[in-house]
Unconditional design. Structure first.
Length: 528
């Protein structure tokens, strides 16, 4: 562990281990739990880590050993129906009740001193928010790392099915808790069959060839409407609206859950809750790999401050973000730092200008063919292909529009949300739009900064106004670089193909090419 991460703090204690403890779930099913503890006399606070991904590598060393040697009892538990725990694993449905049942069990343990914290990434963040719906009095601190609180927004943000990430989550939830060998076999199977699965007509059920039957995955893919009864009670977003437990949020600029991290930070601030935010140059996975020294240090400082009464490791500001382009960290009082917005406008000759158009006219058009979909490249994915990539090969395609600003005479900082205000018409009335901000260097290399997607439903040939959130960023465009706005009608297989007919992308068996026209009263909106 220390050979992998050389900047970790030295351990303070030897570590003991009680594996295979049984904790009764809310319905009585056994939840298999491992207990890590400092081998020393004295009272130590407890960290609860509940996971559907098993209790072995990497969870045992990263959360069990590393935190225990810093002076915490660590309770590492497999969620219902995973890792040997009893019952059936149904994502999101039992976490609040099972978390409360585990706290009840903790109260009976002789080593529990009544001071509790929670920590963990991704789905392990969701179980923290589930416990925070009705926080037990012992809960004194939370650390949500690249965390989830709204499953619907993860799968269907912008009205578009996040196909590749959905399949990857299905893989992880189904196989990771079974051990390395089954997970590796399933991963290779999905990799080999990804193209055939994501281009199947219909898409429904195609994943079975690689993942087997995963009923909940079928459910999330076939319920795109957030108001559908299927999603009722699943979002934990509201827990932050009345939250009073000091909470540290950690994210990455290319993390699939960045928007949820920033949303919860805003909610916590409005609720008057003590909150901290760290956002690094990471993807969902690299935050726990290359970024782990920073993530661990941030987590440890927060837990020591609020569980051990030692605030010496806290920084003086509530927010720290990594600024891309200058490769530097910046401390801020809050996020976003200012409400200012700069607008850039497209021109017929492919330029990007600060001069607003005087009218709305057709600007440029392109043809999107679902049989040859615009490919996805980099960005917030759960695969190793995530993050910033050179977009030059993508941008020469006929189905990708680019608008590029002049070389900058001085650096331009973008710190805050980015969005696109689009005026678009189509010949079928049905299309998706994918919009991306890129940084073009002096050699012409175009690297993605942030992006977003949205669904269009318009009267055929009639222009429609649509706003597409493109996430947020902290990025410096250096002098001599250029700002580029990239627009297309998809990014496959990151997003499911729009069939062009109005039919559900999951059930469509017929696909129709779409002619898409961008009008001049469109704008790229950059926070600064």
């Amino acid at each position: 562990m220390r050979a992998t991460w050389r900047r970790l703090p030295a351990g303070r204690y030897g570590v003991g281990w009680e594996p295979g403890l049984v904790v009764p779930a809310a319905g009585g099913s056994p939840l298999v739990t491992d207990h890590y503890f400092p081998r020393a006399d004295g009272d130590f606070p407890t960290l609860l880590v509940r996971s559907p991904y098993g209790r072995g590598v990497p969870w045992s060393p990263m959360y069990g050993l590393l935190f225990a040697e810093q002076g915490f009892h660590v309770v590492l538990q497999s969620c219902r129906g995973t890792g040997g725990s009893g019952g059936e694993f149904v994502p999101w449905r039992h976490e609040a009740a099972d978390g409360q049942a585990t706290v009840s069990w903790l109260r009976e343990q002789p080593w529990f001193n009544g001071t509790l914290g929670t920590v963990g990434p991704s789905y392990l963040g969701y179980v923290q928010w589930a416990l925070a719906l009705d926080p037990p009095p012992e809960l004194k601190a939370m650390v949500v790392q690249v965390g989830l609180h709204d499953p619907h927004a993860f799968f269907h943000a912008g009205g578009v099915l996040h196909l590749e990430n959905a399949l990857t989550v299905g893989l992880g939830m189904t196989y990771q808790h079974r051990g390395i060998a089954p997970l590796l076999k399933a991963s290779l199977r999905l990799h080999r069959r990804l193209r055939s699965i994501t281009t199947a007509q219909p898409l429904r059920g195609a994943h079975v060839s690689a993942l087997g039957e995963v009923p909940w995955l079928d459910d999330v893919m076939t319920h795109p409407d957030a108001k559908d009864a299927y999603w009722r009670g699943i979002s934990m977003a509201g827990a932050a609206d009345r939250h009073k437990v000091p909470t540290s949020l950690i994210g990455g600029w290319h993390d699939v859950l960045l928007d949820q991290t920033l949303e919860q930070y805003g909610r916590l601030r409005r609720a008057g809750c003590e909150a901290a935010l760290l956002v690094g140059p990471w993807t969902h996975h690299s935050a726990l790999q290359q970024g782990w020294p920073e993530v661990f240090a941030e987590s440890l400082a927060w837990l020591r401050a609020h569980l051990c009464g030692d605030p010496s490791g806290l920084r003086s500001t509530g927010v720290r973000v990594h600024v891309g382009g200058e490769d530097a960290w910046r401390d801020l009082d809050t996020w976003p730092p200012a409400p200012d917005v700069t607008s850039w406008f497209p021109t017929p000759d492919g330029h990007l200008t600060r001069q607003a158009p005087t009218d709305s006219v057709p600007l440029r058009s392109f043809r999107y063919d679902p049989a040859d979909p615009t490919p996805s490249l980099g960005g917030p994915l759960l695969s190793r292909h995530a993050g910033p990539r050179d977009n030059s090969a993508l941008e020469v395609r006929d189905d990708v529009l680019t608008f590029t600003g002049p070389p900058l005479t001085e650096p331009v900082d973008v710190l805050g949300p980015v969005s696109a205000q689009l005026s678009i018409s189509t010949d079928t009335g049905h299309a998706d739009v994918f919009t991306r901000l890129c940084d073009v260097d002096a050699q012409g290399r175009s690297v993605n900064v942030c992006d977003g997607a949205g669904r269009l439903r318009t009267a055929a040939q009639e222009p429609s106004q649509v706003s597409v959130p493109m996430s947020s960023t902290a990025h410096r465009f250096a002098a001599g670089h250029r700002i580029r706005w990239q627009i297309s009608a998809g990014a496959h297989p990151r997003y499911a193909r729009n069939p062009g007919t109005g039919e559900s992308p999951v059930d469509a068996t017929a696909f129709v090419p779409v002619r898409i026209t961008l009008h001049s009263d469109s704008a790229l909106m950059l926070g600064n």
